[in-house]
Write a new protein. Structure first.
Length: 134
DNA sequence: CTTCTCACA
DNA sequence: TGTGAGAA
């Protein structure tokens, strides 16, 4: 039983993507993608002057955006992705990633503590201010 | 569509 | 960490 012959080409089935393909798919500007390239995070091949992104490039981009969402700098992301390509077993890469994530979690927790402390202070202030209300 | 540059948050 | 504009 053959299924619908005409399927919407699934983005993940494609072999190659243009800069507009990926910017639309991931909701980022083409300019941002060029910026990531300048920063050494992606290296699409060229057809003439036009960038051709492979499936690997697309996967890289997905990782870049995931890293950004959780607050890693582009430099940190670049380092982790580079390690992934360099280290076949991904052994060093895994250690570094775990270390980075641990560090990041610690920072977020400290920030949460600071926020909680600020909330308490503000709440206390409101209580105090109410006492001198007419 | 591409490159580059300068400025701006 | 990006964006916008202008020029080529």
């Amino acid at each position: 039983m053959s299924r619908a012959v005409i399927e919407t080409p699934d983005a993940s089935d494609r072999q190659a993507y243009t800069i507009s393909d990926l910017s639309e798919e991931f909701g980022v500007t083409a300019r941002a993608l060029r910026f990531y390239e300048d920063e050494g995070l992606i290296a699409p091949t060229r057809r003439g002057l036009a960038r051709i992104y492979s499936r690997r490039d697309r996967a890289r981009l997905a990782w870049i955006l995931r890293g950004k969402r959780v607050g890693f700098s582009l430099a940190e992301i670049r380092e982790m992705i580079d390690l992934y390509e360099a280290d076949e077993a991904h052994d060093i890469q895994r250690r570094v990633a775990i270390a980075r994530c641990t560090e990041r979690i610690a920072l977020l927790k400290r920030q949460r503590d600071d926020i909680d402390a600020a909330i308490v202070e503000l709440t206390d202030f409101i209580a105090l201010a109410r006492q001198s209300e007419p």
